[in-house]
Design a protein around this ligand. Structure first.
Ligand code: ARG
Length: 467
């Protein structure tokens, strides 16, 4: 067996190079420090490629057997932490290939037939991301189920609904939580869409133009569980739009998480007092003994910033690149890895935090009773009596002014005073002014009436559990 050219990496790609790589350049260009994370996908991709090469009689059956044995051992070495990653070997691909040749000789050197690191890395990244997508889909479902469980217990819990963060109309607390379930359900749809376009095979594109070997790309795709092939070799090795899409999905999901986290922070403050979080999700202050801070919620809100930043990094990374592969693409990994890690950790912890949240129905109800949340209901009452809406609106504005001046709620204004504002107001106006009456009245599909909210909960439950 001849020597292993990868042992001296300055000669790895060609004898053309007459001087070794500068040490600084080596450190600057190496990616093995982070892309070793792709090792599992790299081995899976190499196995599928080798099996296809043997089936196509490009390599011998014995070569395949050697490659399989070698890659299996390498997998074990990496898993056990015994694999020696070498910076000189630049990236995960060359590290594994060099070790393979060290273990099995010439068969290892035949593995790269009809392949380039350009289609190899694109394949690895797609394989890796596909599995992460599946894990994140499960976490998104978990978060939705956690919200749904709290919602189920609070269909009849009234809270103030806000616009402009001013008390607007009473809503069911469950309805409020279901708004987030809708957001995360759409995120899950987006993620499924990203998966479909991620799960296509670049291998066979080789460096950029395809290859002259009789590769069976369909067989490789089938073995690796890809749904289809990248149909243009230049595009296959160069575009990373699947990563951009993923980062866009992740940014939107993190923005949704951030909004929820912001509400939890508000709700937990003394000024709202709507919910309490268990101590295990809070921290104290080193100087103010009375403090319990909702750090987990604040961090979930804060971490949306870095995920959005990664989306910007990836977009910017791509925008100036001519076809086909450019080394710029090596910079796709760290933002993508951190996006996956940040999103997964955030979804997991927020689901747990929501599950542990203690809701205070009395405080929610009391807040809804302040702020004249049922003013619209009094206007609607007058409309039902035949008063044009704009006139009714005006009458109620006067009622609110009166209530404000006396420091009472609308429902506490004596009937004669209300009738003085409009003769159509009768005894039954009281019902319209209660929080319960207000809630029940909004029974339109998608509205906050508890009966409607229960329908929505059931729909989500069936979607999320299949029963
Ligand atoms: N480490 C490289 C990357 O992450 C692998 C592909 C390198 N190909 C090349 N011709 N330099 O993109």
């Amino acid at each position: 067996m001849a020597g292993n050219p990868l042992d001296k990496k300055s000669q790895a790609w060609s004898a053309l190079f007459s001087e070794p790589m500068d040490a600084l350049v080596q450190r600057y260009t190496a990616s093995v420090g982070f892309d070793r994370r792709l090792w599992h996908a790299d081995i899976a991709g190499s196995l599928a490629h080798a099996r296809m090469l043997a089936a196509q009689r490009v390599i011998a059956a014995q070569d395949l057997a050697d490659i399989e044995r070698g890659l299996q051992q390498i997998g074990q070495e990496i898993e056990a932490g015994r694999f020696e990653w070498k910076l000189e070997l630049e990236d995960v691909h060359l590290n594994i290939e060099a070790r393979l040749t060290q273990l099995v000789g010439d068969a290892g050197k035949r593995l790269h037939t009809g392949r380039s690191r350009n289609d190899q890395v694109a394949t690895d990244l797609r394989l890796w991301l596909r599995d992460e997508i599946d894990a994140i889909a499960a976490l998104l479902a978990q978060l939705q189920r956690a919200l749904l469980a709290v919602a189920e217990a609070h269909t009849d819990t009234v809270m103030p609904g806000y616009t402009h963060l001013q008390v607007a109309q009473p809503v069911s607390f469950a309805h409020h939580l279901l708004a987030y379930v809708e957001m995360f359900a759409r995120d899950a749809e987006r993620l499924a869409d990203v998966r479909a376009r991620t799960n296509r095979l670049p291998l066979g594109a080789a460096a950029l133009a395809g290859t002259s070997y009789p590769l069976d790309r369909e067989a490789v795709a089938h073995e690796l569980g890809f749904d289809g092939l990248c149909e243009n070799s230049l595009d296959a090795v160069s575009d990373r739009d699947f990563a951009l899409e993923f980062a866009a999905f992740a940014s939107i999901a993190m923005v949704h998480v951030s909004r929820l986290a912001e509400e939890i922070v508000l709700w937990m403050s003394q000024n709202f007092g709507f919910v309490d979080l268990p101590d295990r999700y809070c921290t104290g202050s080193s100087i103010m003994p009375q403090k319990r801070n909702p750090d987990v919620a604040e961090l979930a809100r804060g971490k949306s910033g870095r995920v959005i930043g990664h989306l910007m990094s990836l977009l910017t990374l791509m925008k100036g690149q001519p076809l086909a592969y450019n080394k710029d693409n090596q910079e796709d990994k760290e933002p993508l890895f951190d996006t996956v890690d940040t999103l997964a950790a955030t979804l997991r912890i927020v689901a747990e935090m929501v599950g542990g949240m203690r809701v205070k129905p009395e405080a929610l109800r009391a807040a809804a009773a302040r702020g004249y949340a049922t003013a619209t209901d009094l206007a609607d009452y007058l409309v039902r009596k035949g008063v044009p809406f704009r006139d009714a609106h005006e009458v109620v504005a006067h009622a609110v002014k009166l209530a404000l001046a006396r420091g009472v709620d609308l429902a506490e204004l004596p009937l004669p005073d209300l009738r003085a504002l409009h003769p159509q107001i009768a005894d039954d106006a009281r019902d319209a002014l209660t929080l319960k009456g207000s809630l029940n009245a909004r029974a339109v599909r998608g509205g906050t009436a508890p009966a409607q909210v229960r329908v929505q909960i059931e729909r989500h439950r069936q979607r999320l559990t299949g029963n």
